[in-house]
Design a protein around this ligand. Structure first.
Ligand SMILES: CCCCCCC/C=C/C(=O)SCCNC(=O)CCNC(=O)[C@H](O)C(C)(C)COP(=O)(O)OP(=O)(O)OC[C@H]1O[C@@H](n2cnc3c(N)ncnc32)[C@H](O)[C@@H]1OP(=O)(O)O
Ligand SMILES: Cc1cc2nc3c(=O)[nH]c(=O)nc-3n(C[C@H](O)[C@H](O)[C@H](O)COP(=O)(O)OP(=O)(O)OC[C@H]3O[C@@H](n4cnc5c(N)ncnc54)[C@H](O)[C@@H]3O)c2cc1C
Length: 655
């Protein structure tokens, strides 16, 4: 079937090459090209197609379907991708497995990275190759039923038995059961388990251990291990998140991951070079989250923007034909700032992935000085990005009207998976407060005359307010944001200090200032996102692409400043606010002809999108009907439940 002419016209009105834009989005022409090649190669392998739409499947069917595809995938790894390239591998996973989870999700994102960051060279020799060849399937078991946030209260113990040189793992209470780890329930046969290290009755706190859970031949749980699936979730039901308990389960001393902390055979403990080095697997995932969430948001926007260009409803001036809903200003205001955010998140994502890779090298060389900075940055970023992604996806759903609520849009599944990110890898409020600790410390440095020692990301906290030029451009908007973040960070810190100085305990003063502190963290993070966006656009060479991204940047900066209006009342007059508001409306109009091309540039295939509304060819209505007809409920005209219950009920009513 040919392309819907409404989409053809939209694509013709684009002022740039989508391949050139994809090269900017994905960091290089080479990677953008590789993505296309991988997608093309996959489309020619019929076994990678869903056997029927995932949305009509039960959980068991979804998990089985994911396993079937993983088995097929194992025949193609080396021919489809450069297996040493993490981004290629993740693209392959997204294309083939989609976003509902699968048994290798944690293997790639946490199990292997934990081995790389935490295992000694000898341990890597023993396990890393096996993991990378997928001879074993691993997961990351940290969270317990009773504690996820407060790691110091985890209850699982690993007690060193000097006589046998083994650790004995135990789950002493119900609340100490590991609860939530992805792929633990039914798939993984090994796990990195975080347990309190106990030597001679001294608790050294949480440490990582390599633990075999299931027999490698029979896949049965090993004696001393209780393991299973935690049941259905809001989304992500292709994954078997699990529970795990230990009863006097023994592992060799060599199974404690010992790149940094060590226990010698006589039971001596050797401290790591940094107290939080064991938390690196979480920092790794957090450093990927701006990218991953940017892609979730992008997926929802591809669907909503394409659909809005083929959906016609109501009239503007021309009464002879209904208008595309994308032409309504409200629809543009709903969608375009999110397009800008998706671009901004992906740009930030590449930056934080690079920072993590650098930190990993530094730490392996004994330099842990960058850990606090990256922890603070990624804590704030994961929180802001997941929240705004959730908001943006929900707006995209509403922008699709009634059909957005149907699973045919697939937006609800994207939403359900994406907002899991507000919780996993540290609940958002908690992580905002981690960043706040760093911001408060920065203010204290300024108060103590140490402004010069501030890192580049917080140097603005020591600057004085400047007047804002009425001729507002991106760099002036950045100053507006700096003003807001600086002001809020000072106010929140001063509130905390005042409470503490009044005699309150440190903890209570912190608690009573915490809402203000989280506000400071959000503003600081949004400032970082904006500044990364501005710098990125500044570095683009292709002038057509750059021109459009400047337009998109204008949408971003004006929308963001309007959104934080309450924090800049002391800086901007109401005239200036009106000016910015009007600039935003002009920017929406400017970006309108490029809207479809901007979302096309994410180059997310129909196979990955799984959305009837978001089809690249725009042939929505005929496929919506086809999709509904394929619903299992439509296999028969009269359901057994009608025969069994409704008919007798109606018959009875007739008497
Ligand atoms: C596409 C779908 C894929 C789905 C995949 C989903 C996978 C999900 C996996 C998971 O969720 S795994 C489990 C993740 N769990 C968490 O993230 C737990 C969150 N909690 C924590 O990270 C910590 O407990 C805490 C909140 C950071 C607090 O830790 P702790 O009590 O030990 O420390 P504090 O006293 O609060 O702080 C002390 C000090 O340490 C600094 N710090 C904390 N973490 C780090 C770190 N990672 N790196 C460097 N420094 C760190 C912290 O800033 C404090 O510094 P000072 O202020 O004292 O200088
Ligand atoms: C989809 C998904 C996948 C997951 N995968 C894994 C996995 O593979 N491995 C794994 O180990 N775990 C996993 N988890 C668990 C996840 O990491 C935890 O649920 C998460 O860290 C939050 O911890 P919690 O559940 O204890 O929340 P809680 O800490 O109980 O949060 C409840 C509320 O208390 C508030 N709160 C808690 N502490 C504070 C504080 N100090 N200050 C202010 N407010 C506070 C929170 O803000 C929140 O509002 C997964 C979770 C999900 C949803």
């Amino acid at each position: 079937m040919s392309e819907n002419p409404d989409l053809t016209n939209e694509r013709a009105s684009g002022t740039f090459e989508t391949n050139a834009m994809a090269a900017v989005i994905y960091g290089s022409e080479k990677f953008a090209q590789r993505r296309r090649e991988i997608t093309e190669a996959i489309s020619k392998i019929p076994e990678f197609q869903d056997s029927h739409p995932l949305v009509f499947m039960s959980r068991e069917e979804k998990i089985s379907e994911a396993c079937r595809k993983l088995a097929v995938l194992s025949n193609y790894w080396n021919s489809l991708i450069d297996t040493s390239d993490e981004e290629e591998a993740l693209h392959l996973y997204r294309e083939v497995l989609g976003l509902e989870g699968h048994p290798l999700a944690l293997h790639e994102t946490m199990f292997i990275p934990s081995l790389i960051a935490q295992a000694s060279d000898e341990q890597q020799e023993k396990w890393l190759g096996r993991a990378q060849r997928r001879e074993i399937i691993g997961c990351y078991a940290q969270t317990e039923m009773g504690h996820g946030t407060n790691l110091r209260a985890l209850e699982t113990t690993a007690t060193f038995d000097i006589s046998t040189r083994e650790f004995i793992l135990n789950s002493p209470t119900i609340t100490s059961l590991k609860w939530w780890p992805g792929a633990l329930g039914k798939s993984a046969n090994w796990s990195i388990v975080i347990a309190n290290l106990i030597i001679k009755e001294h608790n050294y706190g949480p440490h990582p251990f390599m633990v075999q859970l299931r027999d490698e031949k029979s896949h049965e749980p090993l004696p001393g291990i209780t393991v299973g699936d935690i049941g259905p979730k809001m989304a992500f039901n292709g994954a078997d998140n699990g529970f795990l308990g230990f009863k006097n389960y023994r592992i060799p001393r060599e199974n404690m991951l010992m790149r940094h902390s060590k226990v010698t055979s006589d039971g001596s403990y050797i401290k790591p070079p940094h107290a939080k080095i064991g938390y690196s697997s979480m920092v790794k995932v957090r450093s990927r989250m701006a990218m991953d969430q940017g892609l979730f948001l992008a997926s929802a926007l591809v669907i909503a923007v394409r659909y809005s260009a083929v959906r016609r409803q109501g009239y503007l001036e021309d009464k002879s034909r209904e208008v595309k809903v994308l032409d309504y200003q409200t629809q543009q205001h709903r969608l375009f700032p999110s397009i800008a955010r998706a671009y901004a998140f992906i740009f930030c994502g590449f930056e934080t992935i690079r920072l993590y890779d650098q930190l990993l090298i530094d730490v392996q060389n004994g330099n842990t000085s960058g850990m606090a900075d990256l922890h603070a940055l990624t804590s704030g970023l994961k929180s802001v990005v997941t929240y705004q992604t959730g908001e943006g996806i929900e707006q995209a759903r509403m922008a699709c009207g009634g059909h957005g609520y149907s699973m045919a849009s697939y937006i609800s599944e994207i939403y359900g998976v994406a907002i899991g990110g507000c919780t996993y890898e540290g609940e958002n409020m908690v992580m905002l407060l981690q960043l706040a600790r760093y911001l408060v410390k920065s203010i204290e440095m300024i108060q103590n005359g140490k402004s010069r020692e501030l890192g580049p990301m917080v140097a603005y906290l020591a600057e004085n307010e400047s007047e804002i030029d009425l001729n507002l451009g991106p760099n002036e908007y950045l100053k507006v944001f700096e003003y807001a973040a600086r002001n809020q960070t000072w106010r929140a810190t001063e509130k905390f200090q005042k409470l503490r100085n009044s005699g309150m305990s440190n903890e209570e003063a912190w608690n009573q200032a915490s809402v203000e502190l989280t506000r400071a963290s959000r503003l600081h993070t949004r400032l970082y996102i904006m500044s990364t966006f501005i710098n990125h656009v500044g570095s683009i060479v292709d002038q057509k692409v750059k021109g459009v991204l400047i337009d998109l940047l204008n949408v971003h900066v004006t929308y963001e400043v309007m959104d934080i209006g309450i924090y800049v009342q002391g800086l901007l007059s109401s005239n200036q606010m009106d000016l910015i508001r009007n600039q935003l409306y002009v920017s929406l109009e400017t970006i309108r002809p490029n809207a479809v091309s901007l979302v096309d540039s994410f180059q997310i295939s129909d196979m990955q999108l799984r959305s009837v509304l978001g089809r690249r060819d725009g042939n929505v209505y005929e496929n919506l009907f086809k999709w509904a007809k394929s619903s299992p409920l439509n296999k028969t005209d009269v359901l057994p439940s009608v025969t069994q219950y409704l008919k007798p009920m109606m018959e009875k009513s007739k008497l």
